[in-house]
Design a protein. Structure first.
Length: 349
């Protein structure tokens, strides 16, 4: 079974695409490419740009990134030995630069608390397409109503009426925006006060209180594994990259007797078709089930062995090919792929 990184690289190779990310810390610029040609350390740096290339030609540039998020130190593609702090797996650094190949722990995670203040809350509301469409529709309606009133009065020729109605648009737009801002302030204040950040919160499951970092690590790992598997998500065969922008809400539920977590997050997906990159952004909800074959942190070497018969098995194998035993896993939360959820690439369910 391929690792998440290998699956992603296989998709990029199939599409002949190179993904380049650019970071900045103070006045210094750092570059990472997903294929490892450039792998600068981006410790405490901010992502400022992302480029998608084919045969040296840039197909798409993304420059909208949250300035409040900094990133952890990334490893080099060297041959120095490194030990995963989550599961104890030991291998060379180059095997870890996109995360631990055994348990999925990432050394490239978003850091710290994403400030949820009034300005951020307003920006999120006012950048929504629904809000822009609503505001634009309101302005067009009132401008048309104003234009018809001028024409029916008979005091102005129709072309003068059009010019006067158009001149009213920016004033009307600014006035309505200020009005809705004042109207939304109480609601936004409540949203800020009640906001809980998934990255830094703690969650209680079956009476046990635990950090959410493991949930985030496993969520990222599961999305990587599943989104690039065309058997599970055939509708994502043109997906070349994705990013989780923010975690919105989460709820502890039960599926049968198995604890589960329903997480809603803001995600940005990039699809390539005929040399064109299409960006799709929206909220998605998934369910993570507690893995019944999960075993906590254990020390191990680079070789993974079956605990039943002792045979060497692949890092990503779920069962032993020799004795058929179910292999232990360091993935605590696995994606419920049977759950029906919205496909943002096509707008279908």
């Amino acid at each position: 079974m391929l690792s998440p990184l290998q699956m992603h690289l296989k998709r990029l190779e199939k599409k002949n695409i190179v993904v380049e990310e650019i970071f900045k810390r103070e006045d210094k610029v750092f570059v990472r490419t997903l294929n490892g040609d450039r792998n600068d350390s981006v410790y405490q740096a901010n992502k400022i740009e992302k480029n998608y290339y084919r045969d040296g030609k840039r197909l798409y540039r993304e420059k909208k990134f949250d300035k409040n998020i900094t990133y952890t130190m990334t490893l080099s593609k060297g041959d120095n030995e490194f030990t995963c702090s989550e599961c104890g797996y030991r291998a060379t650094e180059k095997e870890f630069y996109d995360g631990c190949p055994y348990c999925g722990a990432s050394f490239y995670l978003e850091q710290g608390f994403r400030q949820k203040n009034l300005a951020v809350a307003m920006k999120q509301i006012f950048s929504m397409k629904k809000y822009k469409a609503f505001l634009g529709g309101f302005c067009i309606f009132f401008s048309f109503w104003f234009f018809m009133g001028l024409v029916q009065s008979g005091e102005y020729p129709w072309f003068i009426a059009i010019m006067m109605a158009l001149s009213m648009l920016p004033i009307l737009l600014a006035g309505l925006h200020i009005f809705f801002t004042i109207l939304l302030i109480p609601y936004l204040i409540v949203k800020v006060i009640t906001h809980r950040d998934l990255r830094n919160d703690r969650i209680t499951i079956d009476g046990i209180r635990m950090s959410n970092q493991k949930i985030i690590q496993d969520l990222n790992y599961q999305l990587l594994v599943n989104y690039y598997d065309e058997k599970i998500f055939p509708q994502y065969q043109d997906l070349v990259d994705f990013e989780i922008l923010d975690y919105d809400t989460y709820h502890v539920v039960k599926k049968g007797n198995i604890p589960a977590i329903r997480i809603t997050f803001e995600i940005r997906k990039y699809f390539e078709n005929n040399g064109h990159i299409r960006k799709v952004q929206g909220k998605e909800t998934v369910t993570l089930l507690r893995n019944q074959n999960y075993y906590p942190k254990v020390e191990m070497n680079s070789a993974k062995k079956c605990p039943n018969c002792g045979a060497n098995v692949g890092l990503f194998d779920k069962t032993c090919s020799y004795c058929g035993s179910v292999l232990p896993s360091n993935i605590l939360w696995v994606l419920d792929v049977s759950q029906q959820r919205k496909d943002f690439s096509s707008g279908k369910k």
